[in-house]
Design a binder for this molecule. Structure first.
Ligand code: ADP
Length: 448
């Protein structure tokens, strides 16, 4: 990661984190002031209710008068008595003559309706609110007790300095924490970009581990693939070189006139044989690279595996006779979803191998049968067998247990590699069982 992009990322994380902190603090403050104010309101109302009930038990206005004066001085309580027409008949703080009609005040309306009422109203200044509680007396008048107190705004205002101090402190904390947090998030990534192979030396957090593993795995695959291709290219060149050298040599002999009349035919036959070998090799190589390149699924159709086996056996019958091998087919019609051409190639390659790596008077049996879940192709021979240590390797390109035998029977070392590819493309499985000197059995199982 270049350092500018890195700074940008860190800055982004920082700003977002701080913003989040500010929003969180703001919301917390507003909510806590609101909750506090609600409690505060409740407490004041409770107090007003108590006073009102004490006062409502008093007999007369004159009695109220003495208490009222005392309360005004002590608790800042305003006591008003309102008659049923809304006119004030007593007030301990104001002159009742100059007071307006109270009939529209919410707490008075409620008191006349249901026996009690309450309200909170803004005073002239924003700082104060007045809390009212009123009860209907037996006399038909309403007794109202009021008290001025801090409004929600003044509580907010008084909370602001504390809020600011806390905010500054928390933002400081946030900056500090994000700095270390982003550093610990970004650091392993930076290290990784520089040198992914020594990531173990870096204190990476566990969440990043799968990411590292994936990259390492992909990297390894890429390297392996590259190496395989390189090996393949080297092998191909080497394989092509041998027949070409022969062709070149024989033709040169003929060209220079060094070959006797009787040799020419023999040389021509060698040239022919080697060119055929070249053709077979090139065909197999092309086929393999085709299978390699096309990652897509081949076009599939309903294919009768048994009829393909029958056709292939017919084709190879002469070959089998030439090797003194009996070839037999067993089974019944079995349909699979497959690419027909690839199936022909697969059956051909396996059967051809079973004939070529056989013994005189040996036999090859090709079976098609169904199990509960699979359609199975089995190619069984009584041939030379494959030693255990080579069993896994014969599917590799150009791998041959006995190179001269493979060559003398027209093998390229690519047949089983092609088979393996085809099996993979059909989601099938392949198994090989073999005993040296006794025979080989290759089983391909297709899903039904
Ligand atoms: P080739 O063209 O050499 O036959 P394959 O890829 O078909 O190449 O097979 C690879 C090698 O596996 C062969 O060279 C041979 O040594 C061995 N092999 C394949 N099939 C058989 C078999 N049925 N019996 C014994 N060996 C076999």
């Amino acid at each position: 990661m270049d350092s500018r992009a890195d700074m940008k990322l860190k800055g982004k994380i920082n700003i977002r984190f701080i913003l989040l902190t500010l929003i969180a603090i703001g919301i917390t403050m507003v909510l806590s002031v609101m909750v506090f104010y609600e409690l505060f309101k409740k407490e004041i109302m409770k107090e007003l209710v108590t006073y009102t009930h004490i006062l409502s038990s008093k007999e007369s206005l004159s009695e109220l008068d003495t208490i009222g004066d005392r309360l005004t001085a002590g608790d800042g309580l305003r006591i008003t008595v309102i008659s049923s027409d809304g006119q004030a008949v007593y007030d301990n703080m104001a002159d009742i003559a100059g007071m307006e009609n109270h009939v529209n005040r919410p707490e008075i309306i409620q008191a006349f309706e249901k026996g009690y009422g309450e309200d909170v109203r803004q005073s002239e200044t924003l700082k104060k609110s007045t809390f009212y509680y009123a009860v209907l007396l037996d006399s038909g008048e309403v007794l109202r007790v009021a008290r001025e107190s801090n409004s929600i705004w003044s509580i907010f205002a008084s909370a602001v300095p504390v809020m600011l101090i806390i905010m500054v402190f928390l933002v400081g904390c946030a900056v500090f924490v994000t700095h270390y947090l982003t550093k610990s998030i970004v650091k392993p990534i930076e290290y990784m970009a520089k040198d992914i192979y020594h990531i173990d030396n870096i204190p990476a957090y566990k969440e990043i581990r799968p990411f590292i593993d994936t990259i390492l795995k992909q990297h390894e695959d890429i390297m392996k693939n590259a190496q395989m291709r390189q090996e393949f290219t080297a092998n191909v060149s080497h394989e092509l070189k041998t027949p070409l050298t022969s062709i070149s040599g024989y033709s040169e002999l003929i060209e220079s006139g060094m070959a006797e009349e009787t040799d020419v035919q023999h040389f021509a036959a060698e040239i022919h044989r080697n060119s055929n070998r070249l053709l077979t090799l090139i065909n197999d190589i092309i086929r393999l690279s085709e299978l390699d390149v096309t990652e897509s699924v081949p076009s599939m159709e309903r294919v009768d595996l048994y009829s393909i086996v029958g056709m292939t056996a017919d084709m190879l019958m002469i070959n089998a006779k030439k090797h003194d091998v009996t070839l037999s087919v067993e089974g019944k019609s079995s349909i699979i979803m497959a690419n027909k051409m690839m199936m022909e190639e697969l059956v051909y390659n396996l059967t051809d191998n079973a004939i070529r790596y056989n013994k005189k008077n040996g036999s090859v049996q090709v079976l098609v049968y169904e199990t509960e879940k699979n359609v199975v192709l089995k190619v069984k021979d009584t041939g030379i067998g494959i030693p255990d240590e080579h069993k896994e390797l014969v599917f590799q390109r150009f791998y041959r247990v006995d190179k001269s035998r493979s060559k003398s029977t027209g093998g390229t070392g690519l047949g089983l590699a092609i088979v393996k590819h085809i099996v993979a493309k059909h989601n099938a499985s392949i198994a090989i069982e073999s005993k040296v000197g006794i025979g080989t059995e290759i089983t391909v199982a297709f899903k039904k």
